[in-house]
Design a protein around this ligand. Structure first.
Ligand code: PHE
Ligand code: FE
Length: 287
């Protein structure tokens, strides 16, 4: 994610732009097998659940090829489709580094993979989350433009001291977004598609709210990083997401938002387009 980081200069072995070699040849057979296990599980679950654009991306990028993808091969395919590349970084990087890569159509990905005992959950983004979760969407021309615009918007948000608001837009779209397709609600957020349990929860569970996407509303909404979301926002189409964000100057919006209170995770507000009113039973049971 863009809003936390640990180091402030590139660690030994990293370039000035924080990239490191993927070292694809150093993955062990066990590490490739972890990818294959995770891939098989999600590939079975996602048809009928993931958005059309996501599923097309999996296919055109040949992500079903066994083993952890080689970033160079993947970047070649992606470059031909939308001009994006995938570059390896050592875990989380500073915001300005993250935004600079994104503004230049480079998606930063972790090169390590979770351990076999962490198949279901880990906090830091590994290669499965970053590549399986995010990269298929980068093959979609509209989403590809959205992420580049987001990177540029990040540089602006830093000047306005507004990363909190822009970070929430990322969270509720790129990581946990849902889309209304003709056949029904579908997932496109990377945090959902890369999680077996949340791929079901986000669409099927009665607990979370599902609300129509509204830019200012999303930017005011708190989120949780430690468990399933209590709120998902639904876009009508990627064109509409791009239109709503690219055609709006965020600078005056940020100033307005600074004068308004944040909205707690589970709260429904007057004016919300409510698709599902969640029972919140899942979150309440844990509280
Ligand atoms: N329009 C935004 C701004 O003025 C930039 C942006 C576009 C941010 C798309 C996110 C997504 O800062
Ligand atoms: Fe992510």
């Amino acid at each position: 994610m863009s809003d936390t980081h640990v180091l402030d200069s590139p660690p030994p072995g990293a370039a000035a732009d924080w990239t490191i070699p993927q070292h694809w040849d150093r993955y062990t057979p066990e590490e490739h097998a972890t990818w294959d296990t995770l891939f098989a599980r999600q590939a079975k679950l996602l048809p009928g659940r993931a958005s059309d654009a996501y599923l097309r991306g999996l296919d055109v990028l040949k992500l079903s090829k066994p083993g952890i993808p080689d970033f160079e091969e993947l970047s070649d395919r992606l470059m031909g489709l939308t001009g994006w590349q995938v570059v390896a970084v050592p875990g989380l990087v500073p915001d300005e580094v993250f935004f600079d890569h994104m503004a230049n159509r480079r998606f930063v990905a972790g090169n390590f993979i979770r351990r076999p005992d962490q198949l279901d959950y880990l906090q830091e983004p590994d290669v499965f989350h970053d590549v399986f979760g995010h990269v298929p969407m980068l093959s979609d021309p509209v989403f590809a433009d959205y992420l580049e615009a987001y990177g540029k918007g990040g540089q602006r948000a830093m000047q306005h001291d507004a990363l909190k608001y822009l970070g929430r837009l990322y969270w509720y779209t790129v990581e946990f977004g849902l889309i209304q397709e003709p056949e029904g609600l579908r997932i496109y957020g990377a945090g959902i598609v890369s999680s077996s349990a949340e791929s079901r929860f986000a669409l099927d569970d009665p607990s979370p709210n599902r609300l129509g996407f509204d830019l200012a509303r999303v930017m005011r909404t708190e989120y949780r990083i430690d468990d399933f979301q209590q709120n998902y926002f639904v876009i009508p189409s990627f064109d509409e997401l791009l239109r709503a964000t690219v055609e709006t100057d965020f600078a005056p919006l940020y100033e307005e938002l600074k004068r308004q209170p944040d909205i707690p995770v589970a709260k429904i507000e007057p004016g919300d387009e409510v698709i599902t009113t969640g029972t919140q039973e899942y979150a309440l049971a844990k509280a």
